[in-house]
Design a protein. Structure first.
Length: 112
């Protein structure tokens, strides 16, 4: 049941995904000015990338083999908090990454 997909089946999957991606992404370009979204929908869609990023990062930061880990002894949580504080203070993405990694590394070394 869990055998890897190979050969013709793999090619069909790749082509199918490529066609569906192409169709969904070009549909808005082809519609052009004939199709306008409601202003509220446009405003809501501005938050989609941030929500997606949060949905990917939160489980990776908070979940461990033993379950969810919300304590201050979680070095990943300390790294995220350090990065968030830096980003709120400076709005510099490179500094945010550096500060987050520095906080994570320091917490990991200090906490063992």
């Amino acid at each position: 049941m869990n055998e890897p997909v190979s050969g013709v089946a793999l090619a069909v999957v790749i082509v199918g995904l490529a066609v569906s991606t192409f169709a969904t992404r070009t549909s808005f370009l082809l519609a052009g000015r004939r199709f306008r979204l409601n202003h509220r929908i446009e405003v809501a869609l501005r938050y989609a990338p941030v929500c997606t990023l949060a949905a990917i990062i939160a489980p990776a930061v908070l979940h461990s083999a033993a379950g969810y880990h919300f304590s201050p002894a979680n070095p990943r949580l300390i790294g995220v908090l350090g990065a968030a504080l830096w980003l709120c203070w400076s709005r510099n993405i490179v500094g945010c990454l550096a500060c987050g990694m520095a906080a994570y590394t320091a917490a990991r070394l200090a906490l063992g």
